[in-house]
Design a protein around this ligand. Structure first.
Ligand code: GLU
Length: 508
């Protein structure tokens, strides 16, 4: 029987979640749902020195905003809880002891000074590796080099210690990564990682593997930065005798800077003006970093763009609903090489999503902005405004720039347009157009359009000139959507008032 798919997102609350982290969560979620499995959220907070207040809440809120729900985890519980590692502290000691007992781990009592001295000595000897490993452990103060009695004595005296993994010397370790294929590492290159510290806290490696085992995780899908940890994790499964429960590993490619040179960092975002975090983050020191949400991105657009950073469907399609992503997602279609982040493409995604949202939905988002500008209009009017302008906007916050003149009559008129277009015969022509508007009203825009055209042609007037001046009177410049659509929206009375005011104001 094949194993039930259970995956986890296991962030450490050391700061805001980077967009790469959200992508990891997303790929885990998509994989779980595709296979009818479970997606867990586990908070890996064993390293108390790196704990940042607010980070855990931030992670949970970010997943919520992105609509990436988890089935088990912090805040919602489940059968394998608790899901916060600091609350699982009593669990880990037993496993560290088990490895001591079966010879896969040992106590090391070296003081920081002794470790420093070892490093110096290795440096002086021009040793190729500067690490605590199968060779150097023989020169250090640990339960391998000292007697059992001495070890016991030190433990009883409460001397500080760490428990290190006893990495075998010179063994060729063959592993499989579902994205990278076969990965071969010689254990000679690996060090004896610390698994447990005398403060009673496990390190990331021990807690991570023990929890994956206890939570019955079938697939580990995480960022490429964890690839170097895979050999140790595989060895730990072996050491515990859990190889039948070993998850399958997948390491996702890095997100790269827009120029492809190196890992995408917060600094690139600051430098190039785009967010690297899903939500705005205020650090404990008060420093603010921008977020996709606050920058005006729709959550579904953000998720869509993340999905395509490292994965592709094999077709030209770029816009996917979440259901489609679940349906199409596979680890085989995740690339090995890093994916360049393109901030312009991110905006393009938002524009695409904005265009397909209903005018009513967008009006609800625009109304609060209008309120801050003291504009009081009906929702119905806003819906119509949005229909005219949404193709030009990337974000809801751009709406004002594209439509302010539909809510407020102009108070100034663009000098350049006046200079170029406002010729002697213009005022008279516009006065005649006012009469046409009053006669025919703005109810039937097509008809009004035809009447105005007829008038211009019959009097052999310059079409471009009159139309540009007409627009100038309505919006104060040469901007705005289709002139007659605007006329229809503003209505007869407003159009006439604006024309009359402009005729009074503009002098040449
Ligand atoms: N706590 C690790 C992190 O912060 C988890 C890595 C893993 O998924 O194994 O990313």
């Amino acid at each position: 029987m094949s194993r039930r798919v259970r995956v986890r997102f296991a962030p450490s609350p050391t700061g805001p979640l980077h967009m790469g982290g959200v992508r990891t969560a997303l790929f885990n979620y998509l994989f779980a749902k595709k296979h009818g499995g479970d997606f867990l959220l586990r908070i890996e907070d064993t390293d108390q020195t790196r704990y940042v207040p607010g980070a855990e809440e931030y992670i949970i809120e970010a997943l919520k905003w992105c609509n990436i729900p988890f089935d088990e985890g912090v805040g919602i519980g489940g059968n394998c809880g608790p899901y916060r590692q600091s609350e699982r502290k009593p669990i880990y000691k037993k496993y560290a002891d088990e490895l001591i007992a079966n010879g896969w781990a040992y106590y090391a009592f070296d003081t920081p000074e002794e470790l420093d001295a070892m490093r110096k000595k290795l440096e002086e000897e021009k040793s190729s590796t500067l690490q605590y490993d199968a060779i150097t452990r023989k020169m250090m103060r640990n339960s391998i080099t000292i007697s059992k009695e001495e070890t016991e004595k030190l433990l009883n005296e409460g001397v500080q210690y760490v428990i290190r993994f006893k990495m075998p010397d010179n063994e060729e370790l063959k592993m499989t990564d579902l994205i990278r294929g076969e990965v071969i590492v010689n254990t000679r290159t690996l060090d004896d990682k610390v698994l447990f510290k005398s403060d009673g806290m496990p390190t990331y490696h021990l807690a991570n593997v023990v929890d994956d085992y206890l939570m019955d995780i079938s697939h580990v899908i995480r960022g490429e930065e964890w690839l170097p940890s895979m050999p140790l994790h595989v060895m730990l499964y072996r050491a515990f005798g859990w190889t039948d429960k070993m998850p399958q590993f997948s390491h996702l490619p890095l997100l790269l800077k827009p120029d492809g040179k190196g890992k995408l960092s917060k600094r690139d975002g600051d430098r190039l003006g785009f967010p690297v975090f899903p939500l705005q983050w205020t650090s404990p020191e008060g420093e603010i970093s921008s977020g996709y949400r606050e920058s005006g991105y729709f959550a579904d657009a953000f998720v869509n763009l993340l999905a395509l950073l490292g994965w592709n469907s094999g077709t030209e399609q770029e816009i996917f609903t979440k259901e489609e992503l679940v349906e199409l997602f596979s680890l085989e279609r995740v690339g090995k090489s890093g994916s360049k982040f393109d901030p312009e493409k991110a905006k393009w995604f938002n524009h695409q999503y904005l265009r397909t949202k209903s005018n009513e939905e967008l009006a609800k988002l625009y109304l609060p902005i209008l309120e801050t500008k003291n504009i009081q209009v009906s929702e119905e009017f806003v819906v119509k405004v949005i229909a005219l302008i949404k193709d030009r906007a990337t974000f809801v916050k751009d709406f004002w720039e594209h439509s302010s003149f539909l809510f407020e009559a102009p108070t100034t008129y663009d000098e350049a347009v006046i200079k170029k277009r406002w010729k002697e015969d213009v005022p008279d022509a516009l006065k005649k157009i006012i009469a046409i508007i009053i006669l025919h009203s703005t109810d039937d825009i097509q008809k009004l359009h035809d009447k105005v055209m007829e008038f211009i042609q019959a009097n052999e007037l310059n079409m471009g000139q009159i139309m540009n001046c007409f627009r100038l009177c309505l919006v104060g410049g040469s901007k705005g959507p289709d002139l007659f659509e605007m006329i229809g929206l503003l209505g007869e009375r407003e159009v006439v008032t604006r024309l009359e005011k402009a005729l009074d104001t503009i002098k040449i």
